[in-house]
Design a protein around this ligand. Structure first.
Ligand code: GCW
Length: 694
């Protein structure tokens, strides 16, 4: 009699496993000889145990064989090599060695050595090895070490469980259930980060609640730190600068006040007693209503240095954000942070790093690099990207951010002459900085697939990979991610990668072509609202940025205008000074251009504007077709989900195009040369208004 072993219907893929799908590969036999056993020269440690566990589980899934532990001579060996940089690793595959067998010298059998100077290096080496197998790559020698020391996610997660600018559900952290209940998802989160080299996490919003400075909340935070530690991740906290007043019962939070300093010193001690490897503080001060040292007539350096003194005995650091801009109706927000921070160069304590957003305004779909990069040679600068898609389409638009990240990293600041890219400013190679870091505002949430849009997982992945090694190409990262997450079918994988590679440009075309910026809906930042004239602050309107009038469009940032261009090195400014020579992608960032002026494309500004808006919309349709061609090649649940989101993107692209064409036409007074709006301007305004209702 036969027993038919009925496997349960294969569960469709809900995306939870991210890029860590260790399903058996077709070419498993290629790897089985390596998967037999593991030995280690390292003493046991929590991180080493994680490495062993991950390797074991990974190989079991990918090859069907679970390696056994051996005291020496495993087919995979963790080998100590003090010459390898901290956190780096080398993988050596299949080196034939002479070994003695029964007194005879014979050629040794196959093995893989993962070499590192620390257990962390082994952990990263393990994930690299699994990545190769998962993509069914021939195993090859590789040596790799991170270019920046802190590769960090910043969560904008609030105490109430919401996420500022989060589009993938609620916060992962269940503050009310902690510390007693520990969601296993915290571990899954940590391992996803470790697999791409992320080694630091700030868990709470930079618009920080002072609750985190209380014993009750620190006990909760401690639990997360304990979960993260075996994955090589350090925990940081965002702090509210007014905590001495809010929870310390002091009358002031003045950083030069002795009682305030004593508060921070003792609070810091309390934190380290709970979390001995606590990373330090992340601070948003005097920005968008957050408290800060300027309230007391002190500088950002006074504030940062006071906290730096508190964490110094514990080797902690202070990450001070440069996202600061006072409302100034006659000024240019582009220049605000520069004007505040440039004069402070060289005055920060050694354990302070200043965190600067990639661009001078605010995470727009395309921005020139922030002029502070290249302008503060005596201060370590961290680069902050926004992985969550506040301005890049929420969770309904595909926007592969690696392209944006690379554009910034590869920009030349000329700090020490030609070749002084932003990447080199932040990896310390120009200034030998002690602290180096790249931060990304997380796009994770409680959605099953973590990021809302499945394709947005690629942004989390790309951030980690680029923070590890900014020289990797966007194509390579896309290909890696697709092969691990969607399909290993070469043709289908190419189609999926191409969707990612095209997506950024497409989004820019239908939302902010030619260097238009900050024209999105008020408050929640959904959709177009170029007509926004009034807000709490002038620099929160759209007209402040696009400056449309009967003559033309765009913000004059030359000497005749705000002169923001003068903040850059002359060699940088040079490329954007002359409108006739400015890359069209940046044109309206720096120039007010006449509607009928001829551009290098051969079209007038108005026609080029219509043309780009309209082609963006066509391109979304092409992305839809490309995705449709993947039916049957990718998991059906994932297929359907992304298909739906692309349809939403198509709907939104029509709204953007029509809003811009009709609104700006009221200034240009010219016929729409490409595209036919589907609605009237009044209808569109109503849709956008309704999205802003509570
Ligand atoms: O992009 C803006 C966001 C704010 C955010 C701020 C910041 C956390 O609209 O929501 O606040 O930047 O970076 O501090």
């Amino acid at each position: 009699m036969f027993f038919v072993v009925c496997s349960f219907a294969v569960k469709a893929d809900d995306g939870y496993r991210l890029w860590l799908k260790f399903d058996k590969v077709a070419s498993a036999s290629r790897y089985t000889s390596y998967a037999q056993s593991v030995s280690s020269e390292f003493p046991t440690s929590p991180i080493l145990e994680t490495a062993r566990k991950e390797l074991g589980q990974g190989l079991k899934g990918l090859t069907g064989i679970a390696p056994v532990a051996k005291s020496a001579d495993g087919s995979i060996q963790f080998v100590k090599d003090a010459t390898i940089p901290e956190e780096g690793f080398e993988i050596q595959v299949d080196k034939k060695v002479q070994v003695k067998v029964d007194g005879l010298s014979v050629l040794g059998r196959k093995y893989i050595r993962i070499k590192a100077s620390s257990d962390r290096g082994i952990l990263y080496g393990v994930f690299e090895l699994l990545r190769m197998i998962q993509q069914e790559k021939p195993l090859a020698d590789i040596s790799s070490s991170p270019k920046v020391k802190l590769r960090m996610l910043n969560h904008w997660d609030n105490v109430m469980g919401t996420i500022e600018r989060g589009y993938a559900g609620a916060s992962l952290w269940k503050w009310y259930e902690l510390p007693e209940t520990v969601d296993p998802r915290y571990t899954d989160y940590a391992r996803a980060n470790a697999s791409i080299g992320i080694n630091a996490v700030s868990v709470n919003n930079v618009n920080a609640s002072a609750r985190f400075m209380t014993p009750e909340y620190l006990a909760k935070v401690k639990v997360l730190a304990d979960v993260f530690r075996p994955y090589g991740i350090k925990l940081f906290l965002s702090v509210n600068f007014a905590s001495p007043k809010l929870v310390g019962k002091l009358k002031t939070s003045d950083p030069l006040d002795p009682q305030v300093r004593a508060f921070w010193a003792s609070k810091t001690k309390e934190i380290y007693a709970q979390i001995p490897d606590f990373g330090g503080f992340l601070v948003k001060a005097n920005s968008e209503g957050e408290p800060g040292p300027q309230e007391f007539g002190r500088t950002h350096a006074d504030g940062a240095n006071m906290l730096a003194e508190a964490v110094k005995p514990f080797n902690g650091i202070v990450i001070w954000r440069a996202f600061v801009y006072a409302p100034n109706p006659n000024g240019d927000r582009f220049k605000e942070a520069y004007n505040d921070f440039k004069p402070l160069d060289g005055t920060f304590a050694k354990n302070v790093i200043v965190q600067v957003k990639n661009g001078p305004i605010d995470f727009q779909p395309r921005e020139p690099f922030h002029p502070l990069f290249g302008a503060m040679p005596k201060t370590p600068l961290a680069l902050e990207f926004q992985i969550t898609q506040e301005y890049t389409g929420f969770s309904t638009n595909v926007f592969y951010q690696s392209i944006l990240f690379k554009e910034c990293l590869d920009s030349d600041t000329y700090q020490n002459g030609k070749g002084s890219t932003v990447a080199k400013v932040i990896d310390g190679s120009l200034g030998n900085d002690q602290i180096t870091m790249m931060a990304g505002v997380a796009n994770t949430g409680s959605d099953r697939n973590w990021t809302g849009h499945l394709l947005s997982q690629a942004n989390w992945y790309a951030f980690g990979r680029l923070a590890w090694d900014h020289t990797l190409s966007s194509e390579k990262i896309a290909d890696e991610w697709v092969k691990q997450t969607l399909t290993r079918d070469d043709k289908a994988a190419k189609t999926a990668s191409d969707i990612l590679m095209k997506s950024r440009d497409t989004y820019v075309k239908f939302t902010t072509p030619l260097g238009l910026h900050h024209v999105m809906g008020q408050g929640i930042h959904w959709g177009p609202e170029p007509w926004l004239e009034r807000s709490q602050r002038p620099d929160w309107t759209s007209i402040y940025y696009h400056r449309a009038d009967s003559v033309g469009l765009g913000f004059d940032r030359k000497a005749s205008g705000s002169n923001a261009l003068s903040l850059y090195h002359p060699a940088v400014a040079q490329q954007w000074l002359d409108p006739a020579k400015t890359d069209l992608n940046y044109l309206l960032w720096f120039h007010h251009v006449g509607w009928k002026e001829k551009l290098t494309s051969g079209r007038t500004l108005w026609d080029e504007f219509c043309y780009r808006m309209n082609s963006g919309l066509q391109e979304v349709k092409d992305l839809q077709k490309d995705w449709d061609s993947l039916q049957g090649k990718v998991d059906p649940e994932i297929f359907a989900d992304v298909r739906g989101r692309l349809a939403a993107q198509q709907r939104e692209s029509v709204l953007w195009r029509d809003a811009h064409l009709l609104y700006f036409q009221t200034y240009s007074k010219l016929p729409i040369s490409y595209g036919t709006p589907a609605r009237t301007l009044a209808e569109i305004k109503e849709i956008v208004r309704i999205y802003q209702l509570k």
